[in-house]
Write a protein that binds this ligand. Structure first.
Ligand SMILES: Cc1cc2nc3c(=O)[nH]c(=O)nc-3n(C[C@H](O)[C@H](O)[C@H](O)COP(=O)(O)OP(=O)(O)OC[C@H]3O[C@@H](n4cnc5c(N)ncnc54)[C@H](O)[C@@H]3O)c2cc1C
Length: 386
């Protein structure tokens, strides 16, 4: 594997750096869950969209720039390096929209994709339920089909961005007699419909975007079903694979966290234990970078090796370990550094630490990723179902 970027790739990186330098928001934006913050984030998204940088890896016919996997890798690295705002519509951009591209009709693509790009629709994912997390096939929210309408009843939970979302891609059970993977349908639900109730859920780091979403007799056009009625598991598998996806600039965020840790370790007096731990973590970060390169290489060359579970598991665990060590080094100083925004959301070390703990759970917990690696990559026997 050749780790040098070509002159064209280097020129692309410089083009991005120039654009980000000129156009990036001045200073930190407020939380998108506050009114002023939402407007500030929309302003940034509008700028990205107008310049064609909203979803550059999407195909050009869908509003993207057809970036190849290495150009996307560079885009993600630079976006992280410039510490630009978290994308407002990341679930639509990363997995909702691309799932529509993979399984939707031409009419559905025309209906749904433009709203994701310009953020006139903010998408969220409605998979998890109180009794269906790792065991996602246990979903109980029902979709009763009456002519051209699907009537949805039930509850979703742990809905990221649920508080600001207008649209949910959800899994519902359309065959009441079915169990497990069969009889599930993937459908797009307008959250502004009568019968939808969004209840915010508090989080330890104070970010108020999380929600649980209740459906009571919500009418959804059957035309919003992606794929066939009853074939939602296959469609959801595409969405889940896209969600785990690639490293998405996490190697750059890890390097930044490591640099912060090195600075704090030096400021705290560089005791031998902290220096040794810093060295260990630096080795892990370096290993992760190599894995991120290898993963992109596999995707770019169309090979079959799927690193997504490995990248998701390793990436989230190393980042948590770096944050954990930084809390150890800062001791009580970590509390002082916790910086609160206008809605009492927490920035800084503690926020990053708590966010990292969540990342080990979402997109399929790391225990589930280990199962996937064991069963699908290493060919070990499947875990017994009990
Ligand atoms: C920050 C955050 C954001 C999220 N955002 C969304 C979202 O936007 N939309 C959405 O639909 N969901 C979202 N989720 C939910 C997430 O997908 C689930 O929390 C996750 O799938 C785990 O499900 P659960 O919470 O029901 O835990 P459970 O499935 O009950 O698992 C409990 C524990 O048992 C372990 N476990 C379970 N089964 C196995 C097994 N077979 N082998 C080994 N260990 C196992 C798990 O790893 C976990 O440690 C989010 C979660 C978090 C933390």
């Amino acid at each position: 594997m050749d780790l040098t970027f070509t002159p064209e790739q280097q020129a692309f990186r410089r083009e991005l750096q120039d654009w980000f330098t000129e156009n990036r928001p001045q200073g930190r934006l407020d939380s998108p869950y506050s009114e002023p913050g939402f407007s500030q984030h929309m302003e940034w998204e509008t700028k990205l969209h107008a310049a064609g940088w909203a979803a550059p890896s999407w195909p050009s016919e869908a509003g993207g720039r057809d970036l190849d996997p290495w150009a996307e890798f560079i885009y993600d690295e630079e976006y992280a390096r410039f510490r630009l705002p978290e994308r407002l519509n990341k679930m639509g951009l990363v997995h909702g929209g691309p799932t529509v591209m993979a399984h939707g009709t031409e009419q559905q693509k025309r209906a749904f994709l433009p709203g994701i790009l310009d953020c006139s629709d903010i998408w969220c994912q409605g998979f998890s339920e109180p009794g269906a997390g790792s065991d996602l096939a246990a979903v109980r929210t029902t979709g009763r089909i009456e002519g051209d309408t699907m009537v949805v009843d039930g509850q979703k939970i742990w809905t990221s961005q649920g508080v600001i979302a207008t649209t949910m891609f959800a899994l519902v059970r359309t065959d009441p007699q079915s169990r497990g993977h069969r009889g599930i349908t993937f459908v797009i639900i307008d959250l502004r419909s009568p019968g939808v109730e969004v209840r915010p859920l508090g989080q330890l780091h104070g970010n108020p975007g999380f929600a649980e979403v209740f459906f009571t007799g919500v009418e959804v056009p059957v035309a919003n079903v992606i794929g066939e009625v009853g074939d939602g598991w296959r469609v959801a598998s595409t969405s889940l694979a896209l969600e785990r996806g690639t490293s998405r600039g996490s190697q750059t965020r890890m390097e930044q966290a490591l640099v912060d840790l090195a600075r704090d370790t030096a400021d705290a007096g560089s005791d031998p234990r902290s220096v040794r731990r810093l060295g260990e973590l630096a080795a892990w970060v370096s290993a992760y970078e190599q894995a991120a390169y290898a993963s992109t290489h596999e995707i770019a060359t169309g090979r079959s090796k799927d690193y997504s579970s490995f990248i998701k598991m390793l990436g989230t665990e190393i980042l948590t370990a770096v944050h954990e060590e930084n809390l150890e080094v800062l001791q009580a100083g970590a509390e002082v550094m916790a910086d609160h925004g206008p809605n009492n959301e927490m920035f800084g070390m503690r926020r990053n630490y708590w966010h990292g703990r969540g990342a080990e759970i979402y997109a399929g917990s790391n225990e589930i990723q280990r199962n996937l690696i064991a069963e699908r990559q290493l060919g070990l026997p499947k875990e017994p179902r009990g």
